[in-house]
Design a protein. Structure first.
Length: 95
């Protein structure tokens, strides 16, 4: 008699690629901005070279910029972000 070894079944398609575990990029709010051609070309080149999506490069750049701000300014930003989160309805997880 043969013993079957069960393998974990992988889900079809790409895994979620959000900033945190289990998040899906498609669930993020969208932002539309206008950029000069050379800035857009630079962003595209950075994306190709680093093998990262453009949204992740922009997110990293914002975090880097925030890290260089004075502590008082970072505290004010954190307070405003907290207020914004309280007003924004959370996405409901499917049951």
């Amino acid at each position: 008699m043969t013993v079957k070894i069960s393998k974990e079944r992988r889900r079809i398609g790409r895994p979620p690629a959000g900033a945190r575990e289990g998040e899906k990029v498609k669930d993020y709010p969208q932002l539309s901005i206008r950029l000069p051609n050379e800035v857009k070309a630079t962003l595209q080149a950075m994306s190709v070279i680093s093998s990262k999506p453009q949204w992740r490069i922009i997110t990293d750049a914002i975090q880097c910029y925030l890290g260089e701000r004075p502590e008082a300014e970072r505290r004010m930003i954190a307070e405003l972000v907290g207020r914004s989160r309280m007003r924004t309805p959370r996405a409901r997880k499917p049951s």
